[in-house]
Design a protein around this ligand. Structure first.
Ligand SMILES: [Mn+2]
Length: 239
């Protein structure tokens, strides 16, 4: 009897169906997760909602930091959607993002404002930034291309971007706007954002590798620091 009880408990903890108790397992998978742990071991996911409306763009964002890589992104620029979608998947975030911008004027307002609003969404979701790693970096290969990203959610906006892309367009995206996106993100998130293509041939890969590296750097920076716990990751007393 003792063995049977222990087995059942462990199935519920895992949250999935297991041998001998498929009904219980399925119910726990889709049901109330409160039995999975206390708030200390299983804290609430960090989320934010941002609405940013100007005469040039109307943006709505719904972000979950502890996501499952699920996305719904519509900016009117397909290659930009592609970048934000893979940012979400590689960052293991959940992101709903819609931007209705004045693309008939130029892509500039849309790309820059999405950067600002997405940065604000992270800043809001992270709140006081207690108990997070705060800084993160990643070195991302994509076939023949290598890109690096380093971020510090420092409370100060600064950016450095080098895509090594010399063509005006990749897909339908004006490539010079990659810099404007990261500048906007750094301002919105109040973060240091450094991204760089080290080398590569394909212009598509150069930009994509940067967004993937950035996603994984952000994933690290947003991660909870088990050792520092609720300590602020700064000696200044404010982030
Ligand atoms: Mn691609």
């Amino acid at each position: 009897m003792t063995t049977r009880k222990t087995t059942k408990t462990s199935i519920e903890m895992l949250g999935g169906p297991g041998p001998g108790s498929p009904r219980t397992g399925l119910r726990s998978w889709g049901g109330d997760p409160s039995h999975l742990g206390t708030s200390e071991t299983n804290p609430a996911p960090r989320t934010s909602v941002v609405q940013r409306n100007t005469a040039e763009t109307r943006i709505a964002i719904d972000l979950t930091i502890e996501g499952q890589g699920r996305y719904k992104v519509t900016t009117g620029i397909r290659f930009f959607d592609h970048m934000l979608e893979l940012f979400t998947r590689h960052g293991a975030f959940d992101l709903n993002l819609t931007c209705n911008g004045d693309l008939d004027v130029d892509q500039h307002h849309t790309v820059e404002d999405v950067g600002i609003a997405l940065g604000e969404a992270f800043d809001r979701a992270l709140g006081e930034k207690r108990g997070i790693l705060r800084a993160g970096y990643f070195l991302m290969p994509m076939d023949e291309t290598l890109a690096i990203a380093a971020v510090d959610l420092s409370g100060r906006a600064a950016f450095a971007v080098e895509t090594k892309v010399r063509t005006r367009l990749v897909g339908d995206l004006q490539t010079e706007l990659v810099t404007d996106f990261f500048e906007g993100f750094a301002r919105g998130a109040r973060a240091n954002v450094h991204v760089k293509t080290m080398y590569g041939r394909s212009n598509h890969h150069k930009i994509e590798a940067i967004f993937k590296a950035f996603a994984r750097a952000m994933r690290g920076a947003c991660s909870r620091d088990k050792q520092l716990g609720e300590m602020l990751p700064s000696t200044k007393g404010l982030l």
